[in-house]
Design a protein around this ligand. Structure first.
Ligand code: HEC
Ligand code: HEC
Ligand code: HEC
Ligand code: HEC
Ligand code: HEC
Ligand code: HEC
Length: 420
């Protein structure tokens, strides 16, 4: 267990790295994995355990909710580390000095127990923690890039611009009128001060006939055009937005930020939205899920006392009252939408439909959620048929066609699939 850690930071071919870690960790970690390719497998297996159980709070090279984990087996013995991961609270309760120290350093935030991890699991985990990908950060950046912009739905008339242009035009017209009026009155005064013959004087001082102007054809045409344009614009805007709530961002009872939790702390969506791969509904987390962390995180940036926003979580739990989150996305009752079908089977990213949630302080509705939006995507998107036995037959039957199978080919445009 005495590998030179500076060596592991030198970039080198995977194969050399694997050799090295095999030699160094030697019998202790890889007792159950007698050859080199097994070491790679161990790291991969460790990675999936890590992503499923630890990534919510830990990164390999950065501090997150919990400490950065790479090098943990230099700081503690392997045996200690395994016991800590399995049940840190038991170790702390036993008075173990190392465990108590790290517990206090992290404001006595309780790490969940992982009794279900077998000894093999733990060794795989440690292999990943010590030698797993260094590109932790760039991997998640790449995830973000795969977001498709195309399915976001049309944007409609850029109505803010139209309104501004109309307003400016009206202002300019009024200004021109005022200036003209001024010029007329100055000229009249000037001419009156001159010596003029009678005819001219009458002409200059004649009363301006407004009634005639209002009755003139030109005036009537201009006014009717403006009125018709205004009415038409309002009507079009209204038609575009009937039943469509795109951009809807209601104020929530607690100032919960996805930008902070899912963005900065990179928590996985599934940690809170537990239903998303299992069934129809994604689920909004109960206050108990918040309490996993907020039992101990009471304020931001090390400020003292309890933040008023976090106090609201405590109140909800104490009074056994659910937090009344305001629903953002809402399809009408006549339609059926299933998350698991899209996320687990179809492999569609949350962001394709919900937009960059991890950058939102306040969640807003990114897509139009109209029937046309659903159908457009079903026309364009290929189904994910690899590793899905259900589609084997279909793909075979379809193999004479050059086009890959789209959602529309499996019935994605049938009324009854989306309507009860
Ligand atoms: C809910 C958040 C959370 C989860 C999930 C979590 N941890 Fe932790 N972990 C912590 C915190 C916080 C600490 C700091 C010690 C404490 O407060 O108990 C910690 C400490 C540790 C330590 C000691 C590190 C050191 O430098 O002393 C290890 C090792 C560790 N965690 C491994 C894991 C592993 C492996 C998993 C997944 C199987 C995991 N943790 C899941 C929050 C978590
Ligand atoms: C720490 C818990 C947590 C995490 C992690 C989290 N969310 Fe949320 N999410 C919530 C809560 C609480 C709400 C309800 C309050 C709100 O709308 O902000 C919510 C609301 C939403 C909504 C709007 C639901 C509605 O009312 O229509 C969407 C969409 C959503 N989350 C998507 C995501 C995605 C995508 C991710 C991952 C990138 C994610 N969430 C990560 C807790 C979480
Ligand atoms: C995995 C851990 C974790 C979970 C689960 C979690 N949070 Fe947080 N939360 C944090 C961390 C870390 C911070 C930032 C603390 C800091 O900046 O020092 C935070 C900050 C906050 C803040 C900001 C407080 C303020 O005064 O600005 C609010 C509000 C909040 N969380 C609400 C929630 C709600 C509501 C839930 C449940 C839906 C939740 N959190 C779930 C870890 C978590
Ligand atoms: C194919 C588009 C699509 C994808 C992909 C998608 N959603 Fe949704 N989501 C929707 C629609 C549509 C609704 C509204 C459902 C309704 O009103 O019945 C919704 C609603 C929600 C809600 C509100 C609560 C609920 O279940 O109705 C949450 C939370 C949510 N989504 C989170 C997520 C998360 C997290 C992911 C990724 C793991 C995700 N969604 C992936 C389209 C999608
Ligand atoms: C971003 C693309 C996308 C959007 C938007 C989308 N879907 Fe889908 N949908 C898919 C994919 C991909 C599948 C195929 C999943 C599979 O392989 O079963 C699918 C499958 C389905 C199925 C099952 C079809 C079948 O024949 O088994 C239903 C029902 C469905 N979607 C309803 C909806 C509804 C309702 C909406 C709009 C509220 C919607 N979808 C929006 C991509 C999308
Ligand atoms: C991929 C899913 C999907 C398919 C396929 C589908 N619809 Fe829809 N439909 C929806 C959704 C979602 C809505 C609600 C959207 C809204 O209110 O704008 C809707 C709304 C409607 C409405 C109400 C219109 C309104 O503006 O309120 C009617 C009528 C309708 N669909 C008929 C049909 C018929 C007929 C078919 C078959 C030819 C069909 N739909 C196929 C998803 C679908």
């Amino acid at each position: 267990m005495s590998i030179n850690r500076s060596l592991s930071s030198v970039p080198m071919k995977i194969s050399t790295l694997v050799m090295l870690l095999f030699l160094s960790l030697g019998t202790q970690v890889f007792a159950a994995h007698p050859d080199v390719s097994d070491a790679e497998e161990a790291i991969a297996a460790g990675k999936s355990i890590f992503n499923a159980n630890c990534r919510t709070c830990h990164r390999l090279d950065q501090k997150n909710v919990g400490p950065a984990l790479r090098g943990v087996t230099d700081r503690h013995s392997i045996d200690w580390t395994k016991r800590f991961i399995k049940n840190s609270q038991a170790l702390i309760a036993s008075g173990d000095a190392e465990a108590v120290a790290i517990y206090n350093e992290y404001n006595q935030l309780a790490m969940p127990a992982h009794e279900f991890l077998s000894d093999d699991d733990l060794l795989n985990l440690l292999a990943y923690i010590e030698y797993g990908d260094k590109a932790d950060a760039s991997a998640s950046a790449a995830d973000g890039e795969s977001v498709e912009g195309g399915a976001a739905g049309g944007s409609g008339v850029p109505s803010e611009y139209l309104t501004i242009i109309l307003g400016v035009l009206v202002l300019v017209l009024i200004l021109i009128l005022v200036v003209l009026g001024l010029i007329i009155s100055i000229l009249t005064k000037y001419l009156n001060s001159q010596k003029l013959d009678e005819d001219d004087e009458v002409f200059i001082n004649q009363k301006y006939d407004f009634a005639k102007v209002f009755r003139s054809d030109a005036f009537i045409i201009i006014v009717t055009t403006i009125v018709i344009a205004l009415v038409a614009k309002t009507a079009i805007d209204e038609l575009y937005t009937i039943g469509v709530q795109q951009g809807y961002a209601p104020k929530q009872p607690i100032a919960f930020s996805h930008e902070l939790h899912a963005g900065q702390y990179e928590m996985q969506c599934q940690y809170c939205h537990t239903g998303v791969e299992l069934g129809k509904s994604a689920n909004i987390p109960s206050a108990n899920i918040c309490m996993n962390c907020h039992m101990h995180i009471q304020n931001v940036d090390g400020k003292d006392g309890i933040s008023p926003e976090i106090q609201k979580i405590y109140n909800a739990v104490d009074n056994d009252q659910p937090i009344e989150w305001v629903r953002v996305h809402n399809l009408p009752d006549l339609s059926y939408f299933n998350h698991a079908q899209h996320v687990a089977v179809g492999g569609v990213e949350c962001q394709t439909c919900h937009g960059p949630i991890e950058e939102m302080e306040v969640v807003y509705q990114h897509s139009s959620l109209t029937m046309g939006w659903c159908i457009d995507c079903h026309r364009q998107t290929n189904i994910r048929s690899e590793k899905n036995e259900y589609y084997d037959k279909l793909v075979q039957l379809h193999s004479d066609s050059k086009q890959p199978l789209k959602v529309k080919d499996i019935g994605g445009l049938e009324c009854a699939k989306c309507h009860y």
